[in-house]
Design a protein around this ligand. Structure first.
Ligand code: ZN
Length: 278
């Protein structure tokens, strides 16, 4: 199952088109793309019954498929080679921080760079489909509605300034959390724990990895986070970035204006246009 935000309305992928869920369900489900995760199991059953061939379609620009999560959680240093390039220890427990909801944007957005020191981080993003607290690792995937592509854009000088790091602020400028283009349910993926992941800027490959290298993979992360937090339907978890960020290079490199395309196997391309805003 593929779900998107088409012109601000919840849409279900059908062939090359998008079914308007509110119209096709006779308003059983809201047109609000965020609201569906609160009724995910019911929605999965409804869509499994089959949508009529002449179901009403919706067209328009794709927006963020999950535009207003109650919590936007992010994980640092979740790939061994990225921890090494960051000159930091391999974590024994997930390194957790928050990104703020105001930083979310969708596919094909224009993102203003607030400085010439903004770095890239392509990430697999988990969309939670059931309330989760104290979940065992064997059941972790059961709480996942789907997966999407994200960029954890990061102004490194802000992230690292002060006596303690400021991850949440340095990674939450407007447009610093692009997500999309769609949410894909795990059953669509041949191996949901081993997906090619990468990004390229103006055609140049910057990152090229595999999600099988995650230190704490999806089910483990859901379980470990749920030992402390309550996860809610529609929450997003950015799972961390593979090696190849600009900060870890010699000399360091940062984003310049152009097109940043982030890709995960089976989930599609998330493209944003970067412009200087300083
Ligand atoms: Zn990150």
């Amino acid at each position: 199952m593929r779900v998107a935000n088409v012109g601000g309305r919840l849409a279900l992928g059908s062939g090359d088109g998008w079914v308007d869920v509110a119209l096709a369900s006779g308003d059983r489900f809201s047109s609000d793309p965020q609201a569906i995760y609160g009724r995910w199991d019911e929605f999965v059953s409804w869509s499994a019954d089959g949508v009529a061939a002449d179901a009403p379609q919706v067209t328009g620009r794709l927006g963020a498929p999950v535009p207003a999560p109650r919590q936007l959680i992010a994980i640092g240093l979740n790939y061994r080679e990225h921890a090494i390039e960051s000159n930091l220890a391999i974590p024994e427990h997930p390194v957790v921080f928050a990104k703020f909801q105001s930083s979310i944007t969708g596919p094909d957005a224009v993102v203003e760079l607030p400085s010439d020191g903004v770095d890239w981080e392509v990430e697999l993003v988990i969309v939670i489909g059931r309330e989760a607290h104290d979940v065992p690792v064997e059941e972790g995937w059961d709480y996942v509605a789907g997966l999407t592509v994200g960029q954890d854009l990061s102004w490194r000088a802000v992230q690292t300034r002060g006596p303690a790091p400021q991850f949440s602020v340095g990674k939450s400028y407007p447009g610093f959390s692009p997500v999309g283009p769609v949410v894909v349910s795990p059953d669509e993926l041949a191996d949901k724990d081993d997906l090619a992941i990468g990004c390229r800027l103006n055609g140049e490959v910057l990152q090229d990895g595999r999600t099988s290298d995650l230190i704490f993979p999806v089910a483990d992360l859901v379980s470990r986070l749920s030992q402390s937090l309550t996860l809610y339907p529609g929450d997003l978890i950015f799972t961390g970035t593979p090696q190849g960020v600009g900060m870890g290079r010699d000399p360091k490199r940062f984003l310049v204006p152009g097109t940043l395309v982030s890709t995960i196997e089976g989930l599609g391309d998330l493209s944003v246009t970067l412009v200087n805003g300083f």
